[in-house]
Design a protein around this ligand. Structure first.
Ligand code: NCD
Length: 307
């Protein structure tokens, strides 16, 4: 059974196809309005979410399907001690596809080993978030036209930010990508990603703690929230939470065609005044997330022979 646990489960050709389908859905939504009629998506969310869960649900409804699920662990049998494996077997009796978010790294993978329907990782702890990456890639494609030959600045919590980890994995497969990693030392990108992805593939990157210094060379600026829920103590979070606040002044040295992205939710990292700047793309990203999830649900259900 084909699931999506890591963004590298998809080839670059498959990602191109998903992007092409999403663009076709945007242009011709009526052609897709019935393709999942009678099918059910189960959203199993053991961690808070607004965009990911609701975009999955909106996606399935716009494909003509329906949705069941829970949005907090406490309202499911996890609160009674049920294992992920048993939950996955159970949901396979009710639904055709699962989207799962969990605070533990690897939980959606365990679910995929036990489910008889496709499982989509909707975020596992500080590890991965492949459907946010598909969203980000669709946004970059629509804003920049291609993935190669661009300098991507990733700013904020690169240690715990799962969207950053998946995006680096995905973009490292394209030629001519450079990364600028902008973070305080304590929130630097984990060394396993630097070693196993960037260095192994010879991808040019540099690390800095200064957003202002990095700004002029960036084509994409990917801001992130400091991930409070992954900290071991509140004091460290309070000290680091406002490390970077993007405002109109900091954008003075930026390229005219910079694309400012953020997976959201935003806390303080981007001043609201930046929202009026035509380079702000984060709400476009939100909408792209629904279309690419429509393309993904359709693909996995087709491969499973369900539709
Ligand atoms: C991200 C996540 O859950 O990792 N949110 C999202 O899915 N759009 C980013 C975050 O929570 O900071």
């Amino acid at each position: 059974m084909r699931s999506l646990i890591d963004i590298l489960d998809l080839t670059t050709e498959e990602i191109d196809e998903l992007i092409a389908t999403a663009e076709d859905i945007i242009a011709n939504p009526a052609d897709y309005a019935d393709c999942c009629r009678g099918k059910k998506l189960a959203t199993l969310f053991y961690e808070p979410s607004t965009r990911t869960r609701l975009s999955f649900e909106a996606a399935m409804i716009e494909l003509g399907g329906s949705v069941i699920g829970f949005s907090e662990a406490q309202s499911s049998s996890a609160a009674k001690g049920e294992s992920i494996a048993d939950t996955a077997r159970t949901i396979s009796c009710y639904a055709d596809i699962i989207a799962m978010r969990h605070p533990k790294e690897g939980a959606p993978y365990v679910a995929s080993l036990n489910a008889s329907i496709p499982v989509i990782n909707a975020g596992d702890g500080g590890h991965n978030h492949p459907t946010q990456t598909l969203t980000d890639l669709l946004t970059i494609k629509r804003e920049k036209g291609a993935f190669g030959g661009i300098t991507v600045g990733l700013c904020g919590d690169l240690k715990f930010g799962r969207t950053v980890h998946s995006l680096i994995s995905a973009m490292s497969r394209y030629d001519g990508v450079r990364f600028v990693l902008i973070s305080p030392e304590e929130l630097a990108l984990p060394s396993y990603i630097k070693r196993d992805v960037l260095e192994k593939k010879g991808i040019p990157y540099k690390q800095t703690s200064s957003l202002e210094e990095a700004m002029p060379e960036l084509d994409i600026l990917y801001m992130t929230r400091v991930q409070r829920e992954r900290f071991f103590n509140e004091e460290d979070y309070l000290r680091l939470k406002d490390s970077y606040i993007l405002d109109t002044k900091k954008l003075e040295g930026a390229k005219a065609d910079l694309c400012i992205m953020h997976p959201l939710p935003r806390v303080n990292e981007i001043a609201v005044s930046v929202d009026r700047d035509p380079r702000a793309c984060y709400f476009k990203q939100v909408l792209n997330g629904k279309y690419i999830r429509m393309a993904l649900i359709r693909k996995l259900l087709k491969e499973a022979g369900t539709i």
